[in-house]
Design a protein around this ligand. Sequence first.
Ligand SMILES: Cc1cc2nc3c(=O)[nH]c(=O)nc-3n(C[C@H](O)[C@H](O)[C@H](O)COP(=O)(O)OP(=O)(O)OC[C@H]3O[C@@H](n4cnc5c(N)ncnc54)[C@H](O)[C@@H]3O)c2cc1C
Length: 427
Amino acid sequence: MANSTPKIAIVGAGPAGLTLARLLVVSEANVDITLYERDKSRASRPDQGGCLDLHTDTGLAAIRKCGLWDEFEKYARYDGEEMIIADKNATELVHMRSKGGGSPEIDRGSLKQILLDGVPERYVRWDRRLKRVREDGMLEFEDQKELEGPFDLVVGADGATSKVRERLSSVKPSYSGVSGYEFDIKEPARTCPDLNKMVGRGGFLGTSDRKFLNTQRMGNDSLKVRSWFVCPEELTLEEVDKYGDEGIIEKILSRYEGWAPEMTNFLRQADPNSLRRWVTYELPLDFTWDHKSGYTLLGDAASLAPPFSGEGVNKAMVDAMELAQLLQRSLDIYDDLTWDEAVQQYETQQYPRAHKLMETTRYFVQSSFFGTAPIGLMTGLLKRKTGESSSVFIRALGTAPFVALLFTYFWIRQQIGWGIRKLWRRN
Ligand SMILES: Cc1cc2nc3c(=O)[nH]c(=O)nc-3n(C[C@H](O)[C@H](O)[C@H](O)COP(=O)(O)OP(=O)(O)OC[C@H]3O[C@@H](n4cnc5c(N)ncnc54)[C@H](O)[C@@H]3O)c2cc1C
């Protein structure tokens, strides 16, 4: 390496880029960090979307490594783990109550704030939208005459539409087949107390007919309502153009004909002005790139899948943690690992993690939107979870007789729910 103080460009101040920057800052590694972000300032995009659950060995481990545990605890919601899964008759099939431990929820905005506060402002260059990485390694930004660089490492943490990825691979993400709409219910305790109660402290997920309708509690007690369904890539854009913010909710409701009104009421209570559209993309399950000295990718730039496994942020933070650790090792004069070997080793470790995430998500999408959800989704989940266990006893729970038993149990519950609903409608 030419420089004794290596220069790193991190493109993207999302969970991946911010975690990496913070880890390099706290490690006091002898590196010169510049974090480029397309947002105009730290105050841009105040609504960062829903909340996330961080897991012990991944997102939470990264938070600890970042030395931000106390800050995290101020915003973490352990009761947010509560989750209800129902079918379209609002028959509650699963109710996971908070165990007050494993996977606390945190609003995406709070997570960003905590990480950002952990990175000195002088390292962050706002309003820098990367246009391309040139052959000579220089970074070219939209509306900026000056090129930036050269760097010893350019880290693409620039998410789904990564421009750094284009330097390493010609593969482009493809449409996953699933799109959605998102709305807020700002004061549910006041405007719709029954719905507010239905969600509990965490989330309510209704799935049937190859559609999702899910509602999530936010840190300020508001609710986020999302409708996900299979459709052509352009459809949501066309619908918003055609029906406008005011008419779109009626259009979405027309897809949920026959669903329990207490579930579709989430949409009726939603604030149309809070509309957000999601069109989800994915990279191939076996996506890799040929190692190129001086570049690498983290998070969604390295592995992209629709957001149905709840692992994207966790994986992004682990990527950052591993890369930071390896880079630090390469800077240790007593360690033989070179800078480039550190990056290469990170990439080798990242691939299986990425492939597992993308494969698991593909399974969720297939079984929820193209299969027999909700029962098929849950029995499939049991098979997968138990199959991963090293315990023979737990693996036995995923064998055909147990799966059949579980299927029958949920099927009976659904029939009872459906019967009650029919009687209720008649009266
Ligand atoms: C609706 C939804 C719900 C989700 N729910 C969950 C969940 O519950 N749990 C979970 O673990 N994951 C969830 N995910 C997935 C998760 O959001 C991503 O996996 C995660 O944000 C990836 O982090 P990242 O830092 O790699 O990318 P991003 O979060 O996409 O951050 C990329 C950053 O780079 C910046 N950027 C992009 N392009 C450029 C450019 N050209 N130049 C400069 N800057 C650029 C962006 O502004 C952004 O700040 C969800 C995703 C969606 C869409």
